[in-house]
Structure formats: C-alpha cells, structure tokens
Design a protein around this ligand. Sequence first.
Ligand SMILES: NC(=O)c1ccc[n+]([C@@H]2O[C@H](COP(=O)([O-])OP(=O)(O)OC[C@H]3O[C@@H](n4cnc5c(N)ncnc54)[C@H](OP(=O)(O)O)[C@@H]3O)[C@@H](O)[C@H]2O)c1
Length: 250
Amino acid sequence: MFSFQDKVVLITGGSRGLGRAMSIGFAQAGAKVVIASRKIETCEALQKEISAAGGDALAVAAHMGNCEDLDHLIAATYEHYGRVDVLINNAAINIATRPLTEMNPEAFDKMYEVNLRGPWYLASRVAPRMAEQGGGAVINVLSVAGLKPPANMGFYASTKAGLEAMNKVMAQEWAPMKIRVNALALGTYHSDLVDTTIEQMPEYEQYMLGANLIKRLAESEEILHPIFYLAGESYTTGITLVADGGMLCK
Ligand SMILES: NC(=O)c1ccc[n+]([C@@H]2O[C@H](COP(=O)([O-])OP(=O)(O)OC[C@H]3O[C@@H](n4cnc5c(N)ncnc54)[C@H](OP(=O)(O)O)[C@@H]3O)[C@@H](O)[C@H]2O)c1
C-alpha cells in the first residue's frame, strides 16, 4: 500500500537491533537509507550488506548525545541525498535499571541527552529543511515503559514519557509545515539490547512473556508493520501507536 521508492529515510541507531531491521526493510522497499549510530564500522558493514543486495544506503557516525555530531549527520545526509523524507528517532539507551534512590546524576544526564535532547535537536534541525522540500514524516520510538512506568526504570521511562510530550508538541508546531509527527511505543522485541539482557538474565524472558497477552516476544522484523504505517500514510499526526503484545492492557 505504501511506496518508499526513492524516499530518503534517516534512521538513528539504524545499525543494530530494531534499527537494523528498519534499515533493511526500508531499503528493500526502495528507499535510500541513512544508517546512523556511534560505531561507524557497524553502520558501514550494514551499508555494504544493503548495497550488495541492490539497495542504496549511507553510513554516518553520530552520537545522539552530541549536537555537533547531529549537525554533521544532517550535513552529510543533505550532501549525499539532498533531502530527508522520513526521520526515525530510534536510538536510545538504558544504562540505569535500579531504584531511584540508587541512581546518580551522571546517568541521568547521559540518558536524557541521548534519549530526549538528541531526538529533539535532530528533528528540530531537520524539520525546517523538510518544510522547504514540501513536508515529510518524523517518528519517535518510545517504549510502553514511558506510558506505564515500572519500578527500577525511572530514568528510561521518564525520557520516553518526555519524548511522547515532545512528539505532541512537534506534531502541532510542524503540521503547518506539512510534517506529520507520530510516536511508536513498543513492548518487547528481539534486538541486540533485549537478547543480551536475556543472555545475562534468563528470567527476564519469562517476566516479559508474563507481562504481555500474546505470550511471545516480537521478532525485530515485525517492527516494519507499524513503522511503514506511520511513515507511509498521510492523515495521521500526533498519535502514539502502541505495538506491545497487549502489555498496556494487563
Ligand atoms: N527492543 C525492545 O524490546 C524495545 C522495547 C521498547 C522500546 N524499544 C526502543 O526501540 C529503540 C531501539 O531499541 P533496540 O532494542 O533495537 O536497541 P539496540 O539493540 O540496543 O540498538 C540500539 C541502536 O542504537 C545505537 N545507539 C546506541 N546508543 C547510541 C548513541 N548514544 N548515539 C547514537 N546511536 C546509538 C546502536 O548503535 P551503536 O552502538 O553503534 O551506537 C544501535 O544501532 C529504542 O528507542 C528503544 O528504547 C525497544
């Protein structure tokens, strides 16, 4: 139903996990994909994989917590492709899963810089250029943890809740610029992050299975259904679409 032929899709954290599934999926759907993350080698390896399969991709190193890196990411993207049709704020970290009484200000600053300041900065610098080209779409990737915050996830949950608020403000401010802005709140998907956590803490998988209604973790490729919808349709803005296996309902 949706065509991404020759659309330019910029994906932060596009090298691994769900971002990798998105990069491959959009490239297979005909898009030109900008793969951004901290480690250029991982981005370049995926770029080569996509090119070898006949796709078109660009690899750029950028730390979401560093605004200069984000300026460079924007400059490199426009120099190479000349436009951005879809921006996906996907990269995020969760480096502190402990009670609030045990958290420190350094972890707070780092998580807020990467998970909230970075997505705001990148989107707000891309939006005026999207407007010049006639519009586009921004997707902010959230977690159900931001909508139903669990204990021991205070920093992560609040960065995602903050990004949801920012999503609604972006949607209002940028609708006149013909930019749709939507959020996608996820349950548990297989990704580098989740699979490593399960390896280190096997009980986590059982816990997550018990927390959803569908009784399985989603495969990373399943992210393409809601992402394609938000990227490709034309009359939805300001929403948070939830794809969580029924976690919010429990
Ligand atoms: N997987 C899930 O079950 C799940 C559930 C709810 C929400 N989410 C959300 O989905 C998104 C993707 O998660 P994931 O599970 O796919 O994560 P992941 O497997 O850990 O992959 C994270 C990606 O982001 C990049 N990244 C990490 N820190 C970065 C930084 N500071 N600057 C730039 N890039 C950075 C990583 O590459 P480098 O290491 O090279 O930087 C990697 O490409 C996140 O927003 C996460 O909160 C995931």
